[in-house]
Design a protein around this ligand. Structure first.
Ligand code: RIB
Ligand code: CA
Length: 313
């Protein structure tokens, strides 16, 4: 079976970086057509620098990296340096990437790519705020039926919020963008905090990656050494949740995950619950299901997959 064509839309971020590495380590499964960057964890200038650092770390400077939206559709940008550090990739020694940004805007790349491939053959893997995706869908509605699937990290139901008591960061940064994506009719699979908080980069798991004793193994372990601080402090967890790599692992081994088709709507009006993903998990409304909302994962299977694939780089 030929490799699945994907675009990764991202705001690196250590967990984004691990997701990109996992995709790059799986060329027989995933044909990464390009990376589009969005402002989120850190401003766009840094997310688009960090994405190129990750591609260079993997030896894949052939993958085009585009800068996309520098701010949410209708709100000022909120960033998360308190989680990811000032660079967005704190932990390992970083460098100025030699590979240039690809010409053009990330949103135009998404539109052009969907228009130039057979309908239903390109999936969008979103690891940050949904600004680029919403902008592409509204600028070129003809691409909506051409998207195979949007697989996103975002939202929460049982786990509620990580940036406010009610909202997960990716959705909270651009709730209007999220609302338009969930209302678009594009098939959506959601990796919310409900599942990402179950795949924790515990010490033994991080040490198994470090023990690969490769450039990528050390790079990844050093990112995770830094990344765990916030969640260990906040939740008392045994390690940092690997949010974004769940998106890629779903494409590689969906059997590692389970969830339900439910209706998900986004709070865009209330300041108290802005950005909340209101998931009808128990089916108490007659709202039409619009997303596969993932609630559980085989964490050991996830880390076995991740470590085996990273060993290839
Ligand atoms: O809430 C977690 C999400 O926000 C992850 O994608 C992380 O990288 C940040 O973007
Ligand atoms: Ca992210």
């Amino acid at each position: 079976m030929s490799a699945r064509k994907i675009i990764i839309d991202t705001d690196p971020g250590q967990d984004d970086a691990v997701a990109i590495l996992l995709a790059l380590a799986s060329p027989e499964d995933l044909d990464l057509l390009g990376v589009t960057c969005v402002a989120g964890n850190v401003p766009l200038e840094l997310t688009s620098k960090n994405a190129r650092i990750v591609c260079e770390a993997a030896g894949r400077t052939d993958v085009p990296v585009y800068a996309g939206s520098a701010a949410p559709l209708a709100r000022p940008l909120i960033t998360a340096e308190h989680v990811h550090g000032q660079t967005g990739l704190d932990g390992p020694d970083l460098w100025e990437p030699a590979m240039p940004l690809a010409d053009g805007h990330g949103v135009d790349f998404i539109i052009d790519t969907l228009r130039s491939h057979e309908p239903g053959t390109v999936s969008l893997c979103t690891l940050g705020p949904l600004t680029n995706i919403a902008a592409a869908l509204s600028t070129a509605p003809d691409i909506i039926p051409r998207v195979q699937e949007i697989v996103m990290m975002g939202g929460a139901y049982f786990e509620v919020g990580n940036i406010t008591p009610a909202a997960e960061f990716n959705i909270y940064v651009d709730p209007e963008a999220a609302e338009s994506v969930f209302k678009s009719g594009v098939p959506v699979t959601v990796m919310p905090l409900d599942v990402t908080h179950k795949v924790l980069a515990t010490k033994p798991r991080v040490e198994a990656i470090r023990a690969l004793d490769t450039r990528v193994g050390h790079f990844t372990a050093e990112m995770l050494d830094f990344f765990e601080r916030f969640d260990v402090e906040k939740y008392g967890s045994e390690g940092g949740p690997l949010h974004d790599p769940c998106v890629i692992a779903w494409l590689l081994k969906p059997e590692l995950f389970s969830g339900r088709h439910v209706n998900v709507e986004i709070e865009t009006a209330s300041e108290l619950t802005l950005g909340m993903t209101v998931a009808d998990w128990w089916g108490v409304t007659n709202r039409k299901p619009n997303a596969l909302f993932i609630g559980d994962a085989d964490a050991d299977g996830f880390f076995t997959l991740l470590t085996e694939r990273l060993a290839r780089l």
